[in-house]
Ligand binder design. Structure first.
Ligand code: G1P
Length: 295
């Protein structure tokens, strides 16, 4: 029987140094893919999967992100007066009901495992989701919904194959010769060099985790890169004999934590918009054929 997942943690405390100087004054998660901030894609995906409580792990300098989810009464009134119903609907999707969203602070950047652990007091004993907004996934149904549909306990991570020479950018799964949509995970290692990687199956930023993982994170020491790794806490579940599965989701993932990935996502999501498609496609054709650049 599938189990519902009603709480999600969004680790959004990172400095976003790869996008400086933009991130000097705006949080990375507010950066815009076509016309929606990255965080909106993550929220929409969580909602589609049945999430009702949204927990943001933030840090200094993230107030624009916190404000984004408040109502904007003046703006709403102005749109209403002009009869701009479509825009009002767009705005409506950004509003979070009172009390649906909570913010906890990560006082120091000590890694993804530590960020998730910071939310421990807001999470009960039920399984919860973790969404990394940098990983934008175009999928129908959305990735987390696919996972929830297949979820019946234990831990689950989204996974996809990556080129061998990229394993050091990901958590990597050790699986038996398991081609199933849900692969039984035998081990997990954070950012291994290609020669040490147990496979090329990478963890992508969608997780369904149990309370046990938070308990493990209590007092867990630093791992790869000197950071407290979520991967290590999930690996401990396997060592304890509990189930961890990798979900080979159907969809296209964009690494919006990198400039190249962000640009690719902009092109893909731009082309997916009916109002932009023709003009944008023609433009791309022209640019690619003529090799024009902006300088
Ligand atoms: C994090 C996780 C890693 C995972 C990746 C997915 O790494 O630590 O296991 O594969 O997200 O995007 P980061 O990209 O934050 O370095």
């Amino acid at each position: 029987m599938t189990k519902s997942v009603t709480k999600a943690v969004f680790p959004v405390a990172g400095l976003g140094t790869r996008f400086l100087p933009a991130t000097k004054s705006i949080p990375k998660e507010i950066m815009t893919l076509v016309d929606r901030p990255l965080i909106q894609y993550a929220i929409d995906e969580a909602r589609a999967a049945g999430v009702e409580d949204f927990i943001f792990v933030t840090s200094r300098g993230k107030s624009a992100l916190e404000d984004y989810f408040d109502r904007a009464p003046e703006l709403e009134a102005a749109l209403e007066a002009k009869g701009k119903d479509e825009l009002l609907e767009v705005l409506e999707r950004t509003n979070m009901g009172s009390g649906a969203i909570a913010y906890v602070r990560q006082a120091e950047p000590r890694g993804l495992g530590h960020a998730v652990w910071c939310a421990r007091k807001l999470l009960g004993d039920e399984p919860f989701a973790v969404i990394l907004p940098d990983d934008v996934i175009a999928a129908d149904p959305p990735c987390l919904e696919q996972m929830v549909r297949d979820y019946d306990g234990g831990c689950m991570v989204a996974t996809m194959e990556v080129p061998r020479d990229k394993t050091s950018a990901y958590g990597i799964l050790e699986v038996d010769d398991d081609q199933a949509r849900l692969a039984t995970v035998r081990g997990m290692v954070e950012k291994p060099q290609p020669e040490d990687a147990p496979s090329n199956l990478a963890v992508i930023g969608r997780y369904i985790l149990t309370r046990d993982v938070l308990d493990t994170l209590d007092g867990q020491s630093a791992g790869a890169g000197g950071e407290i790794q979520l991967t290590d806490a999930i690996a401990a579940e396997i060592d304890a004999g509990r189930s961890v599965r990798g979900h080979r989701f159907r969809g296209q993932r964009f690494d919006c934590g990198s400039k190249a990935g962000f640009l690719q996502a902009t092109v893909a999501f731009g082309l997916a918009r009916p109002e932009l498609e023709d003009e944008f496609r023609n433009y791309l054709r022209e640019v690619v054929t003529a090799g024009t650049t902006a300088h």
